[in-house]
Design a protein around this ligand. Structure first.
Ligand SMILES: *Cc1c(COP(=O)(O)O)cnc(C)c1O
Length: 375
């Protein structure tokens, strides 16, 4: 059996190597390293795949979030609601812009924002909500959208882990994750469901005025060569990355299906085990399993992780410490017990190997090691 990896980028590359190498060589030959034709081509292809008005590429997912906040002209002191159980980037950009992160606890099943706990967090300074579609499954966007229109709030979707995920509204309409709110943000970090061979990110919006502004902001606020209407940033997607992403985008649905079938194997093998909770599925959203995350009950999570590692099965804790208890964010004034569901998740979650190249033999081996641990 081949070595089990948490993420197998090599196996995925091998399958499309010829096509990717040709695309890279073409960029090298053209030397159009910045704003080459592949960048526009990728933005258009992704917009068409997502059925999004406009896609604006940028240098990484963290920048995408920051640029979204800048485009909406959020001002220092404005409050932005999100959860403390996410990757740090979501909150980091708020602090960098002088905005105030206001946390809401998560749902125990989906790990996404608990909308029942949102209302009391709204103040006169609240300007936006950032739902993070964690681990590949959308937050309840229907209720969130209703909420945002009632209170006049922007929604900035953090779709870094959910690119390609479908969300179903109660009227049966279906939208892709990231295209429902005011602005959607995603990341092409190599291990994401659509990964580049380096950093990359993108913003989506259906609003043409915002789209034009985002387009300017990613490129120094420039609207026409050497004419600047905004204070912007330098955050462009390299042509090389765009060329690679153009090849890989054609495979995104197939990649997400491969993750789903690995998840199904895990579900079937682990669904009935004592002290193990398999990921729950939202009624409204597909799950594209950026991560396959168990809860291990009874305080045995770290023990199970060690047990797996002894058999060379990697497993990761996303995330071990919630953001409200991180030193860098201590000035927000939160304490232990403020977000009990997120805190409990940090003690119980364990993500299993998840990528597009897992074989049945490997999945069998992984699940057998878990079964022997609980028995
Ligand atoms: C990866 C990730 C980001 C940041 O993306 P980068 O491209 O690494 O900057 C933001 N939010 C979430 C939830 C992520 O998983």
């Amino acid at each position: 059996m081949e070595e089990i990896k948490m993420v197998d980028l090599n196996g995925q590359y091998e399958r499309i190597k010829r096509e990717v190498d040709e695309a890279i060589q073409k960029v090298l030959d053209s030397t159009a390293f910045i704003k080459g034709p592949d960048v526009k081509a990728f933005e258009l292809a992704l917009a068409s795949y997502l059925d999004a008005g406009t896609v604006i590429s940028c240098a990484n997912g963290t920048d995408a979030l920051q640029i979204a906040m800048m485009a909406l002209e959020l001002k220092p002191g404005d409050e932005v609601i999100t959860t403390p159980f996410t990757f740090v980037a979501t909150v980091e950009v708020l602090k960098l812009l002088g905005l105030k992160p206001v946390f809401v606890d998560i749902e125990p099943g989906t790990f996404n924002i608990d909308i029942d706990k949102l209302k009391i967090k709204i103040s006169s300074r609240t300007k936006a909500i950032v739902p993070v579609h964690l681990f590949g499954q959308c937050a309840n966007m229907e209720r969130l959208s209703a909420f945002a229109s009632e209170y006049g709030l922007y929604i900035i979707e953090d779709a870094a882990q959910s690119l390609g995920c479908n969300y179903r509204f109660s009227d049966a309409s279906v939208r892709k994750s990231g295209t429902i709110g005011t602005i959607g943000c995603t990341s092409f970090f190599p291990s994401k469901n659509l990964g580049a061979f380096g950093d990359g990110g993108a913003l989506f919006t259906n609003n043409p005025i915002l789209a034009a502004k985002l387009q300017a902001l990613v490129n120094h606020g420039m609207i026409q060569r050497y004419h600047y209407d905004y204070v912007g940033v330098n955050s462009r997607l390299d042509t090389l990355q765009a060329a690679i992403l153009n090849v890989k985008l054609k495979h995104l649905d197939e990649y997400n299906r491969a993750r789903q079938s690995a998840a199904e194997f895990y579900d079937n093998a682990l669904g009935e085990l004592k002290d193990i909770t398999i990921p729950s599925r939202s009624k409204f959203s597909d799950h594209i399993f950026h991560q396959y995350t168990l809860r291990v009950l009874g305080g045995k999570r770290d023990e199970l992780k060690n047990h797996l590692e002894k058999s060379s099965v990697p497993a990761m804790i996303y995330y071990p410490v919630p953001l409200h208890l991180q030193k860098a964010y201590a000035d927000l004034g939160y304490k232990i017990g403020d977000f009990p569901i997120a805190e409990q998740a940090c003690h119980e979650v364990l993500s299993l190997p998840m990528h597009t190249e897992l074989s049945e033999e490997q999945l069998y081996f992984i699940t057998e090691r878990i079964i022997e641990f609980v028995n």
